[in-house]
Design a protein around this ligand. Sequence first.
Ligand code: F6P
Length: 754
Amino acid sequence: MALRVLAPLLALLALLAWGATVLVNTTTRAWFERDVSLRARLVASGARDALVSRALRGDRHRLAPILQDIERDDRVLAAAACSEGMTTLARTRALPPRFACEPLAGRALAAGGDLDLSEQDGGALLHVAVVPLEHEGRTAAHLIVVHDLSFVARREGAMRRFTLGVFAVVALLASAATILVRRFTWRRWTEEIRRVLGRGRGSLLGAGSPRAFAPLVSDLRAMIAELAAEQGAALAGQWTPERLHRVLTDSLDGDSVVIVANREPYIHDRGADGAVRIRHPASGLVTALEPVMRACSGVWIAHGSGSADRDVVDRRDRVRVPPGEESYAIRRVWLSEEEERGYYYGFANEGLWPLCHLVYTRPVFRADDFRHYETVNRRFAEAVCAEVAGPDPVILVQDYHFALAPRMIRDRLPRATVIGFWHIPWPNAERLGVCPWKRELLEGMLGASIVGFHTREHCNNFLDAVDRFLEARLDRERTSVVVGGRECLVRPYPISIEWPDRWAAAAPPVEECRRAVRAELGLAPDALLGVGVDRLDYTKGIEDRLLAVERLLERFPAHRGKFTFVQLAAPSRSLIPEYRDLGVRAEALAARINARFGGPGWTPVVLRASHHEPPEVFRHLRAADVCYVSSLHDGMNLVAKEFVAARDDERGVLVLSRFTGAARELGEALLVNPYDVEEASLALAAALSMPATEQAARMRALRAQVAEFNVYRWAGRMLTDAARLRRHERLSARLQSGPRPLDETPGSGGLVAR
Ligand code: F6P
């Protein structure tokens, strides 16, 4: 009987598995083919001018270096330049003979000069693009770009194995279920389940049941409810502020959160006229966390750094924000000048900042600075304890300023859910080894329930460091650390921005921004504009960015007089010599480029070293033809995502450093190595000549990505993981301590353990 039922079921499952593999493989293959075809055209548009001018002059020797440059891309196998009539002008050595100009001539010319093929060659799957290069309205030459698509075949193989694996597991479960069905009838099963979970006679919650098991059942119920909610939410798609708030209330029984972050989201400054004004700091952390706080409500504990901050707080050092909305409070912590120097400028920004960023700036560690760091961490931990309402609050500890605070909070609030998030890269164990207080940092962070980083690589670095420097049990499977009998999850949560972005939504129409920004800069209405937006920080690659602009003007003289790059650079941490020196060097570099290329009516580089409020930033992002984010190393970089949010017109090109966390998500940007000025200048040229259709295709894909992976999802995933961990901890605590007396709390709607 079991076999009679099983055979058709297994056949059906096999059919489904096969269908799923075919469908997924065809779709991914088409996707990759489209992607490499786009890349080939991008390469062609970047190299067009140089190729055409050399092809027309018949300068074959000077074509070869350009083709070799193209071939340097990881996935490009070979390239060739052909004449208008498809005879070979130059080619790289690896070009398979059948994909040279002459053999492809017939097919290419029949297709109007523009051809895409995917074919097997000696066991490898290759994609060949023949791209016509236009000059004065006619085809002057062709570029052949051959991409190696073997990685697609490898992915298809992996997908097949995965699907077959899933099939095997499902088949196994189906067999087990069939055998069980045979053993018990469905009726007996449902009766049994009703008896266990129901409230009727004989149930666990019924009159004669052991009441000590009630919490287990309610946990089970909560888990089922949460799964259902998650499933419902997944169907509903988008993460929203409401959905985030629901996770907080339904899964964590919370109605607010406490955030600990050095930087406050609203700074009150007194101007020269005596009036108090609000400043929004240039901070990725604030960009991301502020919408989360508005969604969740609660208290944001921060250093009160504004000149009028003390004048606007109540007697508990609190002020309600955002102005006009007042949905949460900032609790300000005051620091003496000496404390700020030691904790913020010293240990955090002269020690940890260069330690964590691979930018070759030497970290400085002073015992005095660390002493202040400890004191300030303790001060913030005390502020947390003063702000929370019950024994198990949800506390989000942000960034490298507060590595010690999670343990200090845990010591005072053992049942708290503490989520620590590190916004910058985490170094490998060898690099971390130079920090005299590495053990204190690791132990402090492990006081959290969850430690989050942007990328898996940084999680692995952290786990390696724990392994090397502490006595703790690592669970590589769960990516967690068990220390002092408590588990701390170590997980990647790539941060993001709110979507829709409120500043983008409030900005004037794109056309108006284009006109206004060009007029302010004294540029012609059709001038091409590049934009960079950063704090003036040596990790952001601002000098390399300006050098790329200079190289662009050298290599592509057509852009002289037409292209201007405006850099908005917010002064930052200027008590530190490296930051001051950077400001001086950037000004000198901009002046040198302007003296070299600029002239009456045209300034190639405009460096605005001052604070810009978000509406100003968004106006520039909306006015730009290209935005270049050139960080030498960056945890995430939210300017890249803000540029995407700003472009609801689906225009503008993002040129993005490969060394940002954002590059892992924003694959449709032009990814560059900012140290490689040749590559970066070529990408800028490609961006400036990119056809509108390609800009739109890329921008649409980028916008879909940021919309789906918005900051509510970032916070929601952390809270969901925290809820699971909390339930798991409570369950094991109950199981370990055995049945305990229960208290029926009137009005609570349930039973609670005393
Ligand atoms: O990237 C690290 C970080 O702390 C961010 O979280 C924030 O965007 C930035 O530095 C701000 O720096 P500061 O608060 O020192 O001005």
